[in-house]
Design a protein around this ligand. Structure first.
Ligand code: AN0
Ligand code: CP
Length: 317
């Protein structure tokens, strides 16, 4: 595997989940693969799970790991070509990328959407430049429009917990005070779209996601109706995608918060969220602390999705 930025890069999903579950059963079976290989993880944005789970996955494979927080200690990077660099940015990405490529074998990048210019965000300019100029396999640790390591972990988690062949999975928007990217929701749609699950998306009017990601999924604007009979409730906030509202918070309506009344509409559904989660905005204390909440198991599977991707990349070096 030479790049991992979207669902298409994983190949047949059942095989990928099978390989992931084998890794989970014996995560030290491939420690030889990463010997004398170096992973560079580059963060333009904060992280808890991605940073720790990906580093752990690399260590399970015997790799050496370097982590760089671009905004803490590195030169500020210009990302746009053609800019007269007379401001506070001391280095251009076009030098920084090949330089970083010299010091490692595989690169992971986290670079969120700026949420100001939709076209620029959806062109995935930053991670695409890493793919083009680093000379190394590159994987996304959440880019502007997708978070594939998260979605892969989500799929593994659903496969482990499902009790029906074709579970009903509901992606529901939930309120949040700050503008967040659409990446987690887009990516979840893209990965669940690989399966034959019964998939329903619910959100207030104005929060429509790009059809590029939602595909043929059913959108139901009435959250209660959407939750009816659900087996998995996947909550996430995202800012508006559509038109002039791109990147804006249109609603913080807490009637969309997932609480016990909403969960009672489901078929004893499991509650999922990628974390970090704002309690009593996205989900009540009661629901996230209930036995139906599988958010910790979901986060634990981030190590497994990362290790599966790194293993495949090491095998292709
Ligand atoms: C980020 C987001 O919504 O994309 C990261 C989630 C994994 N969330 C926050 O910034 C709170
Ligand atoms: N879910 C997730 O990617 O978490 P972090 O932002 O903490 O890495």
């Amino acid at each position: 595997m030479k790049k991992f930025t979207c669902a298409g890069d994983i190949g047949p999903w059942r095989e990928a989940v099978k390989e992931a579950l084998e890794i989970k059963r014996d995560r030290f079976a491939h420690t030889h693969l990463g010997r004398n290989r170096t992973l560079l993880m580059l963060f333009f944005n904060s992280s808890l799970r991605t940073r720790l789970s990906t580093q752990k996955a690399a260590m399970n494979l015997g790799m050496n790991v370097m982590v760089l927080d671009v905004n803490q200690g590195a030169w500020k990077l210009e990302t746009e070509r053609g800019v007269v660099m007379d401001g506070d940015k001391a280095e251009h990405l076009l030098e920084a990328i090949p330089v970083m490529g010299c010091y490692c074998d595989i690169i992971g990048v986290r670079s969120f959407a700026g949420l100001k210019d939709r076209e620029s965000d959806y062109q995935e300019k930053v991670i695409e430049q890493f793919i083009r100029y680093s000379g190394r396999p590159v994987f996304s640790m959440e880019a502007a429009t997708r978070h594939p390591l998260q979605s892969f972990a989500d799929l593994i988690t659903i496969e482990e917990h499902k009790t029906k062949e074709r579970p009903k999975v509901v992606l529901t928007w939930a309120p949040h005070p700050k503008a967040l990217p659409q990446a987690v929701a887009n990516s979840f749609c893209e990965w669940i779209g690989l399966t034959d699950y019964d998939f329903v998306i619910t959100h207030p009017h104005g929060y429509e996601l790009s059809p590029q990601f939602t595909g043929n999924a059913r959108v139901v604007y009435d959250q209660d109706a959407a939750l009816d009979g659900a087996d998995f409730v996947y909550a996430k906030n995202w800012s508006a995608y559509a038109g002039d509202n791109y990147g804006k918070v249109l609603s913080t309506d807490r009637s969309w918060t997932i609480d016990s009344r909403k969960m009672a509409l489901t078929d004893n559904a499991m509650f999922m969220h990628c974390l970090p989660v704002r309690r009593n905005m996205i989900v009540t204390d009661e629901v996230i602390e209930s036995p139906q909440s599988i958010v910790i198991a979901e986060a634990a599977n981030r190590e497994i999705s990362a290790q599966t991707v790194l293993k495949r990349m090491l095998e292709s070096l």
